[in-house]
Design a protein around this ligand. Sequence first.
Ligand SMILES: *[C@@H]1O[C@H](CO)[C@@H](O)[C@H](O)[C@H]1NC(C)=O
Ligand SMILES: *[C@@H]1O[C@H](CO)[C@@H](O)[C@H](O)[C@H]1NC(C)=O
Ligand SMILES: *[C@@H]1O[C@H](CO)[C@@H](O)[C@H](O)[C@H]1NC(C)=O
Ligand SMILES: *[C@@H]1O[C@H](CO)[C@@H](O)[C@H](O)[C@H]1NC(C)=O
Ligand SMILES: *[C@@H]1O[C@H](CO)[C@@H](O)[C@H](O)[C@H]1NC(C)=O
Ligand SMILES: *[C@@H]1O[C@H](CO)[C@@H](O)[C@H](O)[C@H]1NC(C)=O
Ligand SMILES: *[C@@H]1O[C@H](CO)[C@@H](O)[C@H](O)[C@H]1NC(C)=O
Ligand SMILES: *[C@@H]1O[C@H](CO)[C@@H](O)[C@H](O)[C@H]1NC(C)=O
Length: 495
Amino acid sequence: MLFLRALFPFAFAILLSQWPETDATKQIEALSRIYKEKLHTNSIDRRHFNASHQSHVVRILSQKGMRENDRIAKLPGQPPVRFKQYGGYVTVNQTAGRAFYYYFAEAQRAHHKSLPLLLWLNGGPGCSSLAYGAMQELGPFRVHSDGKTLYKNPFSWNHAANLLFLESPAGVGFSYSNTTADFRSGGDAKTAADNYAFLVNWLERFPEYKGRDFYISGESYAGHYVPQLAHTILYHNKKAGKTIINLKGIIIGNAVINDETDTIGMYEYFGSHALVSDEITKQIMRYCDFSANATTQPHQCNQAAEQVDKNINVIDIYNIYAPLCWNPNLTLTPKKASVSHMDPCSDYYVYAYLNRPQVQKALHANVTNMSYDWEPCSDVIKKWTDSAATVLPLLQEIMANGLRVWIFSGDTDGRVPVTSTKNSINILKLPIETAWHPWFLDREVGGYTQVYKGNLTFATVRGAGHQVPSFQPARALSLIMHFLDGTQLPNSSRF
Ligand SMILES: *[C@@H]1O[C@H](CO)[C@@H](O)[C@H](O)[C@H]1NC(C)=O
Ligand SMILES: *[C@@H]1O[C@H](CO)[C@@H](O)[C@H](O)[C@H]1NC(C)=O
Ligand SMILES: *[C@@H]1O[C@H](CO)[C@@H](O)[C@H](O)[C@H]1NC(C)=O
Ligand SMILES: *[C@@H]1O[C@H](CO)[C@@H](O)[C@H](O)[C@H]1NC(C)=O
Ligand SMILES: *[C@@H]1O[C@H](CO)[C@@H](O)[C@H](O)[C@H]1NC(C)=O
Ligand SMILES: *[C@@H]1O[C@H](CO)[C@@H](O)[C@H](O)[C@H]1NC(C)=O
Ligand SMILES: *[C@@H]1O[C@H](CO)[C@@H](O)[C@H](O)[C@H]1NC(C)=O
Ligand SMILES: *[C@@H]1O[C@H](CO)[C@@H](O)[C@H](O)[C@H]1NC(C)=O
């Protein structure tokens, strides 16, 4: 998910009168805050990200014995499974005392030796890959409404890959820093550098994955993290003159890619999905300046944006047709759970589960007894100092290096909707290799896809909100399997 929770306290107050007081409410504020922040001030560095501006020193620390200590025998309330799990800390910066928490679910059964390694990142900035990716989207388990027990996700992506979830940057979830100044000086560049330091050290701890085909995936604001980390990997591979990390491709969903087109596409989506009147949409398009350099907006723009907020703040903008969470209370016995019907209150179940001391112990998390709770989106990160206006040049670089790039889009998300993503891809002006067509799963249309010449595939996922694997788990698994296999999505239900 996106949504900075507390990052921009001075940004817009959003009208929330009819909303239940939930975490989801806070999440609604998050990404719109960073967009609005970027539209109204120039306190965020929006320049193009480049790894050569970063510290070149990547410390590889001894990881001896750590892997065995990270082995998770069994999580509290967990059904039996046939794969190995690990969780623990990797120090990314010794001087500052920064350590990142990871959770690793090896691929199911005997295939883990041949299947690739897949990293998943959530966005925010400030949201946790454990909260969303692992426990509500593509991980092997979901949390029951009792906040204590787990059930299996039959569509877990560890049927297709060895799955690595990372809480990043410091201040997110269990990942921490002993230097609190880090929480006010973070941004895209430091996140990429720390993510890279995490990876090389993690591979030292799990050396059998060193040469393995490696892919990076993520959603939302991870539309920044994923290509920025890929760029950093390419940079270090080139500098070293050898393959340090065997990166093969990236895949991003409902991703923040290019601020100007992302924002225009968002308002287009609101208008075309009957959430906002045509008059207000026209006023937005006429008076707002979404270009990268704009820092002030005329009052006609602000006035229209207020009207938009009134209309959208009463629904879940991350999945416009979804029900809201009206009762976040845990239940004594688990409610009947279904992976195919996402419970809108699951954030609360995950919050309860991951804050249980015995769960943290089993996960090898919170070993320093932090003074604050585990949160799905960070309350401790206070400032975001750099956020590139666009990652399109990075996507071009990754494609030019012959890596596979897939961009997917759940078509009921209103925050980084399909219109935004199409607008952003269109800027690249790539020739089409396979024309737009429906793709199929179990005889139903899973979504639509278009393949571009130059190593880029675009695919929608029908009926999915912002967190695609939460809302369409089977379609999401099919998508990731085709991505990892390097095969096109099926153009007929016969394949
Ligand atoms: C470690 O983090 C500090 C800031 O907290 C930074 O000044 C320093 O350059 C970092 N060290 C490395 C090797 O990245
Ligand atoms: C952070 O500080 C705690 C308490 O002093 C210490 O145990 C821990 O190792 C430190 N973390 C890092 C990454 O250095
Ligand atoms: C933004 O500013 C840069 C230089 O500061 C300039 O090159 C660019 O054309 C400007 N973009 C727009 C859309 O005005
Ligand atoms: C949730 O629990 C609280 C405290 O026990 C109670 O006051 C509240 O009515 C419950 N909410 C619902 C919707 O049942
Ligand atoms: C953290 O708390 C637990 C239980 O309260 C205790 O056993 C442990 O020693 C503490 N660890 C640190 C590093 O303070
Ligand atoms: C860490 O553990 C302490 C108790 O030792 C608890 O109060 C705190 O909420 C936990 N924090 C996180 C981030 O898990
Ligand atoms: C796509 O990858 C190939 C290598 O597999 C490379 O030669 C080509 O330039 C890439 N295309 C683009 C548009 O970057
Ligand atoms: C559909 O996909 C199959 C298998 O990839 C391919 O052989 C066939 O030509 C495609 N058909 C059309 C109409 O594009």
